[in-house]
Unconditional design. Structure first.
Length: 150
């Protein structure tokens, strides 16, 4: 699959930072960090990675795709759970090495495979034994056993 992107090495820093050419800077593994937020609330739902194919498919279809580092494969968000993410807006940071994906989270509203609305459902608190994680009160939208099996 060819991608609609410009080779970032062909652009000057000024062109990359201020121009209109889409030239994502993928890392040595061919990935770019994708921060996904919910349209309207601006709540951070998840952080994942995209390769060139995932980014191109997201732009082409309007449904968000990612690259799963753990599974080593392309995946459309919600293909198993039904929690599809519809692209509302996509932004690149100043040097085009990270993307901000603004989505309408569909289905029951869970972005996390644990069934939570957001993957950021715990917060760090300091205690006598040092830092530890505690529940941040993020809504549980579905039981992952019911969706993905035991």
């Amino acid at each position: 699959m060819s991608t609609p992107f410009i080779d970032p090495t062909t652009l000057s820093p000024h062109e990359r930072e201020h121009g209109s050419q889409l030239a994502p800077r993928f890392d040595s593994h061919g990935l770019i960090t994708a921060i996904t937020i919910e349209a309207g609330s601006n709540q951070v739902l998840m952080v994942a990675h995209m390769n060139a194919q995932a980014l191109a498919l997201t732009l082409e279809t309007g449904q968000v795709h990612y690259w799963s580092r753990s599974r080593g494969k392309l995946w459309k968000k919600g293909e198993s759970s039904g929690e599809i993410q519809h692209l509302v807006e996509l932004r690149l940071d100043c040097d085009q090495d990270a993307v901000l994906v603004v989505v309408e989270q569909t289905g029951r509203g869970a972005a996390c495979h644990t069934g939570k609305k957001s993957c950021f459902y715990r917060k760090v608190e300091m205690g006598p034994a040092g830092p530890h994680l505690v529940d941040a009160g993020v809504e549980q939208v579905f039981d992952p056993k019911d969706v993905y099996g035991g």
